[in-house]
Design a protein. Structure first.
Length: 169
């Protein structure tokens, strides 16, 4: 896995103050994407022990609510296994911190991915500039959904997502 940035004390990409990992690699290539530099899976820097330590140092802070995975697309084939592994480590070490994930894919296609067992909130769907709305909370276009992953997975039919509408802290 490669990444472009680790943002600290972020308030824009999920509930509360968060650390954000911006991974490299996206095959959606949405028109007017706000972060096209992250599309190339070979771009950025290798995710190494130093980067993991930087994230864990942030998560050690009691005022940090959790981590958000963005990019690029954390579920791009170049990222999926490493992201899932990192999420497992985070949930084990920080069970009270939340994990948010942004992807251009849709819930119905990814609900069976191993990483979903660790995700609290998923923002799914490609950014669609014709549906852009700057007044939306945690998403850029009205086609995207903010999904409560764990509640959705517990439903008799998990393919019908339950939308996130509350505070996870």
């Amino acid at each position: 896995m490669r990444y472009h940035n680790i943002t600290k004390d972020d308030m824009l990409n999920g509930d509360g103050l968060r650390v954000v990992l911006w991974v490299a690699g996206c095959s959606h290539c949405c028109r007017e994407c706000h972060n096209p530099v992250t599309w190339d899976p070979a771009g950025g820097l290798p995710f190494d022990e130093s980067a993991q330590k930087e994230i864990f140092d942030q998560l050690d802070k009691p005022y940090i609510s959790g981590i958000t995975f963005s990019g690029g697309d954390p579920l791009h084939a170049a990222n999926r296994l490493d992201v899932s592994s990192l999420m497992a480590k985070i949930k084990q070490k920080y069970p009270d911190k939340t994990i948010w994930l942004y992807t251009g894919d849709v819930w119905e296609n990814i609900l069976h991915y191993a990483a979903m067992q660790y995700v609290d909130v998923l923002v799914d769907g490609e950014f669609q500039v014709e549906k852009k709305n700057s007044k939306l909370l945690w998403k850029g276009s009205s086609n995207q959904r903010v999904i409560d992953v764990q509640k959705s997975l517990m439903q008799p039919d998990p393919s019908v997502p339950i939308l996130h509408c509350g505070d996870f802290r």
